[in-house]
Design a protein around this ligand. Structure first.
Ligand code: F8G
Length: 257
């Protein structure tokens, strides 16, 4: 039995991620990571039935299987070389992770420290530069902390709007940093000079707590009291999350109860 009184932070994050894809229409959704995958599938089953999903490897999905279940219905073939065609064409919304993200919406998944001698080598920039100059891009941060939200990223993998503008029209024309969803709050980059703006704080979280957990500033429209609370998922969404998409509770590995 699904009880609304037991809505968890992971459920709220899944709905906030779904909302980031709600207005996309028929577009290829590329969620990187567990909560993004859950949120995107939730959007497809609720707010945006036209969303195009893949299994993350080479198949377009016709149905919406539970997380990590084998695709039962397939409607197309999307190997990596074709992903690059879609990236260049533009009808794609990717939600990536962020080892660091800064006040101007630049993201780093490449390495920590000085570029010539990093203290930690991570993934490399992967598809991030191409994604951010061609596609709508959002970010998911499962552990909001001052070492993730930084004043300036060590290495720019995903390009924020100000930097894209400085690089000229080829970089800025389609740059579209849409949402940053963390385990505490939701942001966009429509603050002054394209900086982070706090859109909502999750239920039970205060604006000062988000400030405390951030190593960079962010814009608040009006006063702290004016910042809305992220919506709670509806009963229909809770049933879909808990009984259809993630009955094993894998989401709690990323956002503990
Ligand atoms: C830190 C920090 C921090 C971590 N500050 N230190 C330390 C300081 C930590 C650990 C150590 C390791 C289109 C497309 C593509 C494709 C297509 C083209 C993409 C073909 C696909 C393939 C390709 C990119 C998609 C993502 C990334 C999702 C995550 C990860 C992670 C880190 C990156 C955030 N702030 N943080 N440390 N990819 N993954 O103390 O120290 O560093 O830390 O779009 O690819 O090429 O193109 O995970 O690191 O979106 O988000 O989770 O590596 O596990 O273990 O946390 O312990 O060693 O001392 P991680 P972690 P120590 S698009």
């Amino acid at each position: 039995m699904t009880e609304p009184s037991t809505i968890t932070r992971a459920d709220v994050c899944a709905a906030a991620i779904a909302d980031a894809f709600a207005d996309d229409g028929e577009i290829f959704a590329s969620p990187m990571g567990l909560l993004p995958m859950l949120g995107v599938r939730l959007a497809r089953l609720t707010s945006n039935p036209d969303l195009v999903l893949s299994d993350g490897e080479a198949l377009f999905l016709a149905g919406v299987p539970p997380l990590f279940a084998k695709a039962d219905k397939v409607e197309g073939w999307i190997p990596f070389r074709k992903v690059f065609d879609v990236v260049a064409y533009g009808k794609r919304h990717v939600m990536m992770g962020a080892t660091q993200i800064d006040a101007h919406g630049n993201q780093n998944i490449s390495a920590i420290g000085d570029f010539s001698q990093p203290t930690r080598q991570l993934l490399g920039s992967r598809g991030a530069p191409g994604n951010t100059v061609n596609n709508r891009t959002s970010y998911w941060v499962p552990r909001h902390s001052p070492r993730v939200f930084v004043e300036a990223v060590d290495i720019v993998s995903g390009v924020g709007p100000q930097r894209a503008e400085q690089a000229g029209p080829a970089a800025s024309r389609f740059n579209d940093i849409h949402r940053v969803v963390s385990n505490l709050a939701v942001f966009d980059v429509t603050g002054p000079d394209h900086t982070l703006r706090l859109l909502s704080v999750h239920p039970g979280v205060t604006v000062p707590e988000v400030r405390e957990a951030s190593g960079c500033g962010f814009h608040v429209e009006g006063s702290d009291a004016d910042v809305p609370t992220t919506r709670e998922p509806s009963m229909e969404e809770l049933v879909i999350i808990r009984e259809v998409l993630d009955p094993q509770g894998l989401r709690f590995k990323e956002v503990p109860r």
